[in-house]
Design a protein around this ligand. Structure first.
Ligand code: NDP
Ligand code: MG
Length: 388
């Protein structure tokens, strides 16, 4: 059970819900971080009085230092600040709720300090899952997933003594706002439509990933890394109601699932209280009033991001880092109105075709693969020339 937490990305959707759970459980907070959200971070700092507050943005950090003058709170900035927030002695648990590959180095720093990682930042495991899991093993750091599907699987695996008994993990997927449409019908969809998720309220990047189904592809890779299973043992099923959060199928034919209302506070609370469970103040799922539960196969033709991710899962090496870097850059461009919805998968595919895969990558190889992927998406022509 966590007592003192550091929250990386405290101003985001997961970060805010983490602080709501921290309030509920009476946890102390050692560090809070954001990119540039000054006002909210200031309010959080005044309430939780952490020893360290970090803004990735240097100017925002300078302004924060002015605002918090007189309080016993240090202010830092940049990657160094994030890494320090992840390594503070006082925190036993680090909640990684930043979005994107920027979470990788702070997560490794927290692991090297042997902390519990309540892991929401899936991009970290997608890019460098093998490195992260190896380092966690070496340092005795516990990784407890926050992502609802992986938390469901983690819960279903409690009591499973031999991973060899697992036949397959089944990740459920809401299908997003465009379920049932063909690839051609998705050509002209707007940012606003893509941001309208049917069941979950989340940050913009993951909401777009949920609309392209890249999110489910990233989650398959995340599950393979967390549970050390090959791609053939991870599958996806569309479940529109988001009530069954995922399932584990065992070789004896048993299937275990975790059910609940779509509310991230449950997996966050579990990651903080594991191996115990704390009471929740929220309404539980009412089986007699919940909708009928339906299941269907995903449409990989309409949503090619899912098959691109599964292709990278099978390829290994730096392929997943390229996939993730290209996707982050492409989603950024889509959100800025520079490209269309279907261009996201086109650009990711272009990056995957252009960049050579490196096997047994080091951290430097992964960071380089990420950089190249972003360049292809942001400035295709010149990097394609360079890589010839
Ligand atoms: P949000 O966009 O809501 O929040 C992101 C947080 O990260 C904010 O605090 C933001 O600060 C900070 N941040 C963004 N960029 C940087 C940067 N370059 N350096 C430092 N900090 C940065 O995202 P979510 O909370 O939705 O998602 C966070 C992570 O959790 C993602 O990896 C996502 O895939 C995963 N996740 C989210 C779920 C959800 O329900 N939201 C469910 C499962 C997983 P600022 O406010 O200043 O921009
Ligand atoms: Mg999820």
């Amino acid at each position: 059970m966590s007592k003192t937490i550091a929250v990386l990305g405290s101003t985001g959707s997961i970060g805010r819900q983490t602080l709501a759970v921290a309030r509920e459980l009476g946890l102390a907070v050692a560090a809070l971080t954001a990119k540039s959200s000054l006002d909210l971070l200031e309010r959080q700092a005044r309430e939780f009085l952490p020893e360290l507050v970090v803004l990735y943005d240097m100017e925002a950090a300078a302004e924060m230092a002015r605002r918090l003058r007189g309080l016993p709170i240090r202010v830092a900035y940049g990657m160094e600040g994030l890494t320090e927030a992840a390594s503070l002695d006082r925190a036993d648990t680090v909640v990684t709720a930043v979005v994107g590959m920027v979470g990788l180095r702070p997560t490794l720093a927290a692991i090297q300090k042997g902390k519990r990682i309540a892991l929401a930042n899936k991009e970290t495991l997608v890019c460098a899952g093998e490195l992260v899991m190896e380092e966690a093993k070496r340092c005795g750091a516990e990784i407890v997933p926050v992502d609802s599907e992986h938390s469901a699987i983690f819960q279903c695996l409690q009591g499973c003594r031999d991973r060899g008994e697992v036949k397959r993990l089944i990740l459920t997927c809401s299908g997003g706002p465009f379920y049932g449409r063909s690839f051609a019908q998705l050509e002209g969809v707007t940012v606003e439509e893509a941001l309208r998720h049917p069941n979950w309220s989340m940050g913009a990047k993951i909401t777009v990933d949920s609309a392209t189904l890249m999110n489910k592809g990233l989650e398959c890779i995340e599950a393979m890394r967390l549970y050390r299973l090959p791609p053939e043992q991870v599958s996806v099923v569309i479940h529109r109601q988001s009530i069954v959060h995922s399932l584990v199928e065992f070789h004896d034919g048993a299937m275990l699932a975790q059910l609940g209302t779509p509310d991230m506070k449950l997996p966050i609370r579990y990651a903080l209280t594991y191996p115990r469970r704390a009471p929740s103040p929220d309404e539980p799922l009412d089986l007699l009033r919940c909708p009928s539960l339906t299941f269907a196969p995903p449409d990989e033709e309409a949503f090619p991001c899912l098959s691109l991710a599964l292709r990278c899962a099978r390829t290994g090496g730096t392929a997943c880092a390229v996939l993730n870097g290209a996707n982050e850059a492409a989603v950024g461009r889509f959100l800025r109105g520079e490209i269309g919805f279907n261009d996201i998968s086109r650009l990711v595919e272009k990056a995957l075709d252009a960049i050579e895969v490196k096997w047994n990558p080091t951290l430097a190889d992964i960071l380089e693969a990420d950089r190249q992927a972003r360049s292809v998406v942001l400035d295709g022509a010149c990097v394609l020339e360079e890589s010839k």
